[in-house]
Design a protein around this ligand. Structure first.
Ligand code: SAH
Ligand code: SF4
Length: 402
C-alpha cells in the first residue's frame, strides 16, 4: 500500500454513479420481462386493488366522477377492507352498481391455510393465472402482535444454496395488487378490519418482505405495493414497521432507501467473497465490499434505525469464531444488528444447522463488540413455513414443443 489515504468506504465517483445507473436500467428492463398478467377478471372487470391513488382518480375520471370519489373508495378498500361495493354506504346505489359493473376489489384465493403448533399460519395464495406463492403470519409469542412475511416473486432467479425458494426457477414477478393482496388477505383471515389507527395495537403489526423472491429484482411492483400499505388514509403501516430483505442487489438499494425509507435487511451469510460466491451466487456480481458500502450509504441508517444483517448458521461452513470476529471487523462503524438464523432444512437440503453452543459462541463475540445479535427461534417449521422453506409447485409455462 502507498502512503495515500484510502478512499472512504462510501465514496461514489461519477464513473461509479454512471455504472450504477446503467446497471439499474438493466435490472428494471429484465424485471419487465417477467411482468405479471393484467389485473382484469375473466369477464373484463378491473381489479381496483393495487392501483396508486393517481390511477384510481383516473379510473373514476373516465366514468365522469370527481377525485373525491377516489378518496372515498380508497377509504373503503384500504381502511375498511370492504370487497363488496354494496357495503360502501357513503356512495349512492346507482353509482355503486356502475362501479360493480366495471370493477372488482379482489383478494388472492387462499388455496390452503395451515396453522403450526406455534401459531404460525402459512397461506398458499393462488392468483388469476393459477400461479401460487406462500405468505406467512408469525405471531409474537408474548404479545398481541406479529409479522406478515410476504412474497414478491413466484420462484427466484438467484439460487442461494441454503434456500428452498432458490431451487424454484423464477416464474414471474408479482404485481402490486398481488403483493398488497397477500397482506390484505392475511388481515381478512384474522378479521383485522377496519385498519387500526395511529399507534393502536395491531395483530398484524409489521411486514417483512422476506418471503419468496428477491424484492429488489421486482422493485417497481414492490415499491407500489408498499406505498399503498404506508398510505395514512388506508392501511397506514409506517415505514418503520416494514423491513425489506435483499440478498444484495446493490444498484437498487439506494433507490429503495431514498424512495421508500423502509428498514433494510441484508442477507450476508458469509464474511469472505470466496464462501459468499458459493452460497449466495449474487456475490459474484456485487461482492461484500460493494454491498457494505451500499449499506453505509443507506439513507436513514442510524443507531436508532440499524441495518439488519441476516446470517444463516450452517454447521462447519460459516459458523466459526474466527468468522464471527471477521464479521465484527467488516461491520465496523455501521449501525447494525445481526440476526442469527438457525438453518431451516427442507427436503434434499445440503446443510445442517449449527449447534446451539456454536451459535451462542458466535453471538457472544458479536455481542461483546456491541452488536445486538439475537438467535432467531425457528417458527412454523412443522408446516415448512420457516425462513427459506417456502416453495410452490408453480412452473413457468413451457412453449409447446415442436
Ligand atoms: N430474497 C431475499 C428475501 C427472501 S429470503 C433475501 O434473500 O434476502 C429471506 C431470508 O431467509 C434471507 O435472509 C435468506 O437468506 C433466509 N433463508 C433462506 N433459506 C434459509 C434456510 N433454509 N434457513 C434459514 N434461513 C434461510
Ligand atoms: Fe432468492 Fe432470497 Fe432464496 Fe436467495 S435466499 S434464493 S435471493 S429468495
Amino acid at each position: 500500500m502507498s502512503g495515500r489515504e484510502p478512499a472512504p468506504m462510501n465514496a461514489v465517483t461519477p464513473a461509479d454513479a454512471e455504472l450504477t445507473a446503467a446497471e439499474r436500467d438493466r435490472i428494471l428492463a429484465k424485471a419487465a420481462l417477467f411482468s405479471p398478467p393484467p389485473v382484469t377478471t375473466a369477464d373484463g372487470r378491473r381489479d381496483l386493488v393495487g392501483l396508486s391513488r393517481e390511477e384510481l382518480v383516473q379510473e373514476l375520471a373516465a366514468l365522469g366522477e370527481k377525485p373525491f370519489r377516489a378518496k372515498q373508495l380508497w377509504h373503503w378498500i384500504y381502511h375498511q377492507g370492504v370487497t363488496d361495493f354494496d357495503r360502501m354506504s357513503s356512495i349512492a346505489a346507482p353509482l355503486r352498481a356502475r362501479l360493480a359493473e366495471r370493477f372488482v376489489i379482489a383478494r388472492p384465493e387462499a388455496a390452503t391455510v395451515q396453522t403450526s403448533r406455534d401459531g404460525t399460519r402459512k397461506f398458499l395464495f393462488r392468483f388469476r393465472d393459477a400461479q401460487q406463492v406462500e405468505t406467512v403470519y408469525i405471531p409474537d409469542p408474548e404479545e398481541d402482535r406479529g409479522a406478515v412475511c410476504i412474497s414478491t416473486q413466484v420462484g427466484c432467479t438467484l439460487s442461494c444454496r441454503f434456500c428452498h425458494t432458490g431451487t424454484q426457477k423464477l416464474v414471474r414477478n408479482l404485481g402490486a395488487a398481488e403483493i398488497v393482496g397477500q397482506f390484505m388477505a392475511a388481515r381478512d383471515s384474522y378479521g383485522e378490519w377496519p385498519s387500526p389507527k395511529d399507534d393502536k395495537p395491531r395483530l398484524l403489526s409489521t411486514i417483512v418482505v422476506m418471503g419468496m423472491g428477491e424484492p429488489l429484482y421486482n422493485y417497481e411492483n414492490t415499491a407500489k405495493a408498499l406505498r399503498i400499505v404506508m398510505d395514512g388514509e388506508g392501511i397506514g403501516l409506517s415505514r418503520r414497521r416494514i423491513t425489506l430483505s435483499t440478498s444484495g442487489v446493490v444498484p437498487m438499494m439506494d433507490r429503495c432507501g431514498e424512495e421508500l425509507g423502509v428498514n433494510l435487511a441484508v442477507s450476508l451469510h458469509a464474511v469472505t467473497d470466496e464462501l459468499r460466491n458459493e452460497i449466495v451466487p449474487l456475490n459474484r456480481k456485487y461482492p461484500i465490499a460493494e454491498l457494505l458500502a451500499a449499506c453505509r450509504r443507506y439513507p436513514g441508517a442510524s443507531n436508532a434505525r440499524r441495518i439488519t444483517f441476516e446470517y444463516v448458521m450452517l454447521r462447519g461452513i460459516n459458523d466459526s469464531e474466527a468468522e464471527a470476529r471477521e464479521l465484527v471487523r467488516l461491520l465496523h462503524g455501521l449501525p447494525a444488528k445481526v440476526n442469527l438464523i438457525p438453518f431451516n432444512p427442507w427436503p434434499g437440503s445440503p446443510y445442517q444447522t449449527s449447534t446451539y453452543e456454536q451459535t451462542a459462541k458466535f453471538a457472544a463475540i458479536l455481542n461483546e463488540a456491541g452488536y445486538s445479535s439475537p438467535i432467531r427461534r425457528p417458527r412454523g417449521r412443522d408446516i415448512l413455513a420457516a425462513c427459506g422453506q417456502l416453495k410452490t409447485e408453480s412452473e413457468r409455462e413451457r412453449k409447446a414443443a415442436g
